[in-house]
Design a binder for this molecule. Structure first.
Ligand SMILES: Nc1ncnc2c1ncn2[C@@H]1O[C@H](COP(=O)(O)OP(=O)(O)O)[C@@H](O)[C@H]1O
Ligand SMILES: [Mg+2]
Length: 455
């Protein structure tokens, strides 16, 4: 259940005094959090604190437009409403009248606004041009806080023209750290070559399966009955494929999308072979690629690029495709706790999807920037995830659903270490066990729940 938001749960690399000074209209981040907890947003219970909040506050201090993107139902509206006040009014383009006005007269709509929060801006993409014009004329920072449930902006040329004026922040569904009410220290530790802390109580076996099956969507997480959760997730997927996909304006045969989602779920975590997907779907390769791009723009799937290095030879250059939420992947693939008790095979794929989500969420809320990729070479050496920081340091992460780890599980990490030389800070096998231990110089096995350890 959500925990009450205490000041101690707010990520602490955040500069309070600077916020007070420059935003002026918030007494502090704490007030935003408290407002999230107590605002009359239609629910009386408290909310989980979101770890990207400081990034939004900071960006509003020095950037004219801040764009919060992420899947529908991740919590964007709830988060941006906590920033709303008299001088930063809130408008939602999910509201028909507002949307109608914004589409009919984008310039007029924006001209009336000094500052504003505009929710679901992909519903009236022409607003972006009007916003660009007004922020060029009046370049004060923090003028617009926008949200989008579809990354139409990736396709839109307006965003190029907004370059330098907009900062994009991604909000994925809840992370484990958010559900536990504290920021993870995993990245800081592993990039310093230290064993990540263990998270107590350890999440193992059935408890781990439970966490993975739930995924991160708040509405799914809060449903105690698995059946009700799966119903919600399937109806979420249905409306995404039938309705939200049209916001992207590039889909003419939406009937194949449910089948495409099934196929991609069955291949989650594998190298993406678009030609094969196209054959299974019975449409051209080009169309298939366009549809996959659309599902990526709706944050249903994620293409993980291959690791690149001049020092490592014979690397495989295909990306891998993952679903972005392990709860959705489980629902689409009919993976239940009961079924996994008898057959653990699907757990590997679910766990990889889960770890991908956790790593992306962690890097979205971190103060540094990270690049995430996968490593595979032609000798079948592989590492599920490779993280690189902006200084070029490398950390490899391999995911194992089992409680035993053998030499074979470290092979890819050893290869990556050889190829990266001093850039390689640490290699980790995340596994389903309570013990953390060093296997070799800067290569270790640690419990999966170390990902959300704090302190
Ligand atoms: N921080 C949070 N803690 C708990 N539940 C949340 C939180 N943020 C959102 N929710 C719940 O998740 C659902 C979707 O939230 P919403 O803000 O409407 O998402 P979005 O705008 O991304 O579609 C709502 O039912 C909301 O109550
Ligand atoms: Mg919303």
């Amino acid at each position: 259940m959500p925990v009450a938001i205490k000041p101690s749960t707010i990520p602490l690399h955040f500069n309070w005094s600077r916020t007070n000074f420059a935003i002026g209209y918030h007494s502090s981040l704490q007030s935003v959090m408290t407002r999230m907890a107590h605002s009359g947003l239609g629910f009386s219970k408290s909310l989980y604190a979101r770890l990207v909040t400081p990034r939004i506050s900071e960006a509003l201090l020095d950037t004219r437009v801040v764009l919060l993107v992420g899947p529908r139902q991740a919590g964007k509206t709830t988060l941006v409403k906590a920033f709303a006040h008299d001088r930063l009014p809130y408008f939602s383009l999910d509201d028909h009248t507002t949307q109608h006005f914004a589409r009919a007269d984008p310039t007029g709509f924006v001209r009336r606004l000094d500052r504003a929060i505009i929710d679901e801006v992909q519903r009236a993409p022409d607003l972006l041009l009007a916003i660009k014009q007004t922020v060029d004329a009046d370049p004060r920072p923090g003028r617009f806080l926008l949200t989008g449930s579809a990354n139409v902006f990736r396709l839109s040329s307006v965003v190029d023209s907004l370059a330098g004026r907009v900062e994009t922040v991604r909000l994925l569904p809840l992370s484990q750290a958010e559900m536990h009410g504290q920021a993870s220290t995993f990245l800081a530790n592993v990039f310093a070559g230290r064993l990540p802390k263990r998270m107590l109580p350890l999440v193992l076996d059935d408890a781990l399966v439970d966490v993975v099956l739930k995924g991160g969507f708040p509405e799914a997480v809060k449903r105690p009955k698995a059946r009700r959760r799966v119903d919600w997730l399937m109806s979420y997927l249905g409306s995404l494929l039938q309705r939200d996909v049209h916001d992207l304006g590039q889909i003419n045969r939406a009937v194949v999308l449910p089948r495409l989602a099934q196929i991609l779920a069955s291949m989650s975590g594998q190298l993406l072979n678009v030609t094969r997907v196209a054959q299974m779907l019975g449409v051209s390769r080009l169309t298939t690629q366009r549809y996959i791009d659309a599902l990526e723009n709706l944050f249903l799937v994620y293409t993980l690029p291959p690791f690149h290095s001049n020092a490592l030879k014979r690397l495989i250059k295909s990306p891998k495709l993952h679903l972005l939420d392990s709860g959705l992947l489980a629902a689409v693939g009919n993976s239940t706790a009961e079924a996994l008790r008898w057959d653990r095979t699907p757990l590997g794929r679910l766990l990889e999807c889960f770890v991908l989500g956790e790593l992306l969420k962690m890097s979205d809320s971190a103060s540094g920037r990270y690049r995430l990729s996968h490593f595979r070479d032609k000798q079948q050496n592989e590492v599920d995830f490779v993280l690189e920081d902006s200084g070029g340091s490398v950390v490899g992460i391999e995911v194992k659903a089992a409680a035993t780890v053998t030499g074979k599980d470290f092979r890819g990490l050893l290869r990556l270490r050889n190829g990266c030389g001093t850039r390689f800070k640490m290699g980790i096998v995340l596994y389903n066990h309570d013990r953390a231990y060093w296997y070799d110089r800067n290569i270790a096995a640690v419990p999966i729940s170390s990902l959300w350890s704090a302190g």
